[in-house]
Write a protein that binds this ligand. Structure first.
Ligand code: UDP
Ligand code: MG
Length: 308
């Protein structure tokens, strides 16, 4: 029997667990109808509430469920990546515990997988219920991504995907500072698309903060594109060229005697402008260096405390 693996990172989800489990049960019978087996892997990302206890209770009803407990909070990406190490299925997916990724879609994706697709993604329908600013930033982000990173990336990104086990090594072993959805798409497998309406989070609140979004933005660009460095070089060349011309004008002025000793304002403006530019450039280079360092040092992405 072919097996579908589902990895679910959980963090302070005691309110969602029960409904989630019910939905997963329904999804499992859907899979059974297709002749598929379900492998469930929960990864507790250091929750300090009853999440693990509840999962262990539910495991009594469904003993083959795997629960991996991390020593502390490592973030959803690292948690789900740890879960991927335990995947033994023929295809796999990662979903959130808050039911924003509706489990019934797993059945639809599995059907497409059975029909031969190796990579299936679920993109949300146009209407987003998010605040205006979020929508503006999201749209700008995806526009830039499509322009500079992955040309055929879906316009609104995607939240759920199912991958054939052929893709597992790439995704499980990908480098630390990488945007996983982008990377999956970058691999080049042709994506089959399912459209769905993304529900809003019912219980608890999203831990998807502005800081994390900014980080993702940097990872997406710095991780896939040499553009920021090219931009720095281009600005450097323009500025040097302008400075060179300005230098010539000043020298000519000095030789012909038309240059009185003035120019305090010019000097101050130029120095502060150029210093600002240099500091920004150092910042961009620093971002790259940090990523290189993070990649080459042997620090693991997450530590497993217990496997049930
Ligand atoms: N999550 C996690 N560690 C974290 C934050 C979130 O494992 O530090 C889990 C969370 O329990 C959920 C999934 O990752 O199952 C997605 O989180 P959330 O719903 O907060 O993100 P959003 O829906 O806003 O992207
Ligand atoms: Mg969510």
């Amino acid at each position: 029997m072919k097996k579908v693996s589902v990895v679910i990172p959980v963090y302070f989800e005691e309110k969602s667990i029960h409904t989630l489990f019910e939905e997963l049960r329904k999804m499992e019978s859907g899979l059974t109808n297709l002749g598929l087996e379900l492998e469930l892997i929960f990864v507790d990302d250091g929750s300090q509430d009853n999440t693990v206890k509840m999962l262990l209770d539910l495991k009594k009803d469904r003993p083959e469920t795997r629960i991996i407990k991390l020593t502390r909070n490592f973030g959803a990406i690292n948690a789900s990546k740890t879960g991927l190490k335990f995947v033994t299925g023929d295809c796999f997916t990662i979903i959130a515990a808050d039911l924003q990724d509706p489990p019934h879609l797993i059945v639809e994706m599995a059907e497409k997988w059975l029909n031969g697709s190796k990579y299936i993604i679920c993109t949300r329908n146009k209407k987003r219920a998010d605040p205006l600013m979020t929508r503006i930033f999201a749209s700008l982000y995806y526009r830039l991504i499509r322009l500079f990173v992955v040309k055929d990336f879906p316009k609104g990104g995607f939240d759920m995907a199912m991958w054939d086990k052929e893709m597992l090594p790439y995704i499980r072993d990908c480098s630390k500072n990488i945007n996983r959805s982008l990377y999956a798409h970058w691999l080049g497998y042709k994506a089959e698309i399912i459209n769905y309406n993304r529900p809003v989070r019912k219980n608890g609140k999203s831990k998807w903060t502005l800081g994390k979004k900014f980080n993702l933005f940097l990872d997406s660009f710095l991780g896939f594109s040499i553009l920021p460095i090219r931009l720095i070089s281009a600005i450097g060349i323009c500025v040097s060229f302008l400075s060179f011309i300005y230098g010539i004008i000043i020298i000519i002025g000095a030789i012909s005697g038309t240059l009185a000793v003035q120019g305090f304002a010019t000097i101050v403006t130029l120095i502060s402008f150029l210093l600002g530019l240099v500091i920004i450039m150092l910042g961009v280079i620093g971002e790259y260096i940090w990523r290189i360092f993070d990649e080459v040092n042997q620090r693991p992405e997450a530590i497993i405390d217990e496997v049930y």
